[in-house]
Design a protein around this ligand. Structure first.
Ligand SMILES: Nc1ncnc2c1ncn2[C@@H]1O[C@H](COP(=O)(O)OP(=O)(O)O)[C@@H](O)[C@H]1O
Ligand SMILES: [Mg+2]
Length: 453
């Protein structure tokens, strides 16, 4: 990862370097053009100045002198001649009476005594007439154009080097920082993932950020969490199931042994006992199946639908109505027709059935009432109240535990555990209040649906 990043940056640097080189080449070419251009400009300037020194009555000596002095400052040795070829004026003449300061200034720019090459000729015009010729040659410059170019190039190289060092250093630093930024959380993720692969589900990756890696890590943590949860459920269930299977199997085994030993006869009584144990086993297996389903519902996507709560509850408990009538108990449903929440119907139906069938079993006289109302925060409260035997206070905290059942229960003790598992998977809560001899109330609070509008 770090190497890849570094290589990527290297490519960027090299591209920058190459473009810098091209740029430099272009600038030097430009510089040459520029030098040529300025030379021409200067010559035109001098020509114009000299031509301007021609007045109506011939040459204005003072103006001409000045023009030639300026020409010298610009690095040119000049000679002006008229049409007859007679010299009118030359640079040495113009410089004869300049002040010492000016001479020194001039000498610092050019070597007055040395000139380069031959005179070049330029025709002079004034008022549309040919008035003579300007001869031009260069003084030896103290700073040659080549030297200037060299200075320029050297500066360009320095500039290139500095920009290369800055860009390269910056890129290196960035590559390092970025790779640290990216690899540190990934390394942590990997070490925890390795542990998970080795069976240790306790680790979590700590990384608080909303970026992509942060999201990945939070999904990973959630995954490990649900794995851990699954694992602990599986362990507990296996222990409980082993424990629950032991009793009916032991009863059957002792019966079979007694029959084999001839202690008891293999009569209908013995068969009935064994049959009831087999039924217990079957119930147990069914209970475990529903339990597993309820647990799985945590991971499965839930299907919520909007229903009329009154209709839904009536339908859910309709199957139990005859059993209530048989026992002479009232089954009341007090739900406002207007409540139409978004609920996971399959889960809630199982929960209600479990609670209402318990109420039926543990109530001898009176009634069972299912009431529901909307809460101020948008949630819904469903209450199932019976007028039955009630639950002792010390048992209230354990009735939701798996395989807990009262002494007189002929169930397997999974109904409320399943109900709790399912309510929690819906993001709801379930609680119980009870008074021995008076009755029991189960309260389910469904949180305000996030999907509801
Ligand atoms: N409405 C109720 N009134 C009194 N006791 C109850 C009521 N509901 C549940 N219980 C007690 O809680 C225990 C656990 O209930 P449950 O988990 O449904 O198991 P099961 O019904 O198989 O016994 C019951 O055995 C019973 O003792
Ligand atoms: Mg039950």
């Amino acid at each position: 990862m770090r190497t890849k990043l570094f290589l990527a940056f290297l490519v960027v640097i090299i591209t920058a370097l190459v473009s810098n080189l091209i740029f430099e080449r272009l600038i030097i070419n430009d510089f040459e053009d520029y030098s040529m251009g300025t030379r021409e400009d200067r010559l035109y300037w001098i020509l114009a100045s000299v031509e301007g020194s021609m007045g109506l009555e011939g040459w204005d000596e003072e103006a001409l002198k000045n023009s030639l002095r300026w020409g010298a400052l610009l690095g040119y040795d000049l000679k002006v001649s008229d049409n007859d070829g007679d010299n009118v004026f030359t640079t040495p003449e113009a410089l004869a009476d300049i002040t010492g300061t000016m001479r020194r200034r001039l000498e610092s720019l050019v070597v007055i005594k040395n000139t380069i090459g031959e005179f070049e000729e330029y025709p002079l015009f004034a008022n549309g007439q040919d008035i003579g010729t300007l001869y031009v040659r260069e003084f030896l410059s103290r700073i040659s154009n080549q030297e200037k170019e060299q200075i320029f190039k050297r500066r360009g190289k320095n500039f290139l080097l500095i920009s290369f060092v800055i860009a390269g250093g910056g890129a290196l630093f960035l590559a390092f920082a970025l790779s640290m930024f990216l690899t540190v959380p990934l390394k942590r993720l990997r070490s925890v993932a390795d542990k998970v692969a080795g069976g240790d589900l306790s680790g979590r990756v700590e990384y608080n950020s909303e970026d992509e890696i942060g999201k990945l890590i939070s999904s990973f943590n959630k995954m490990v969490e649900s794995l851990e949860r699954e694992e602990s459920l599986r362990q507990r269930l296996t222990q409980n199931v082993a424990h629950e299977l032991r009793t009916p199997l032991a009863v059957m085994r002792s019966h079979l042994e007694a029959i084999t030993d001839g202690v008891i006869k293999c009569d209908t009584d013995a068969m009935d006992t064994m049959m009831s144990e087999v039924k217990r086993l079957i119930n147990l297996v069914q209970g475990i199946e529903s339990m597993t389903k309820a647990e799985a519902s945590f991971i499965l996507p839930s299907e919520a639908e909007r229903v009329s709560l009154a209709e839904f509850i009536t339908g859910a408990v309709a199957g139990m109505k005859p059993l209530y009538e048989e026992k002479g108990l009232e089954l009341n449903i007090l739900v406002d027709e207007k409540i139409k929440p978004l609920i996971e119907t399959a889960k809630l139906e199982t929960v209600l059935k479990n609670i209402v069938s318990n109420a039926l079993r543990h109530t001898e006289t009176g009634s069972v009432t299912i009431a529901a109302k909307s809460l101020a925060d948008g949630g819904i409260l469903i209450e199932v109240a019976d007028t039955g035997q009630g639950i002792a206070e010390d048992k209230l905290s354990i009735i939701f535990k798996r395989f807990y059942k009262g002494d007189n229960s002929d169930g397997v003790g999974l109904g409320l555990a399943i109900a709790k598992e399912l309510t929690e998977s819906m993001g709801a809560t379930i609680e119980v209040k009870s008074k021995v001899g008076v009755g029991t109330q189960f309260r389910i609070v469904l949180a305000a649906s996030k999907k509801a509008k």
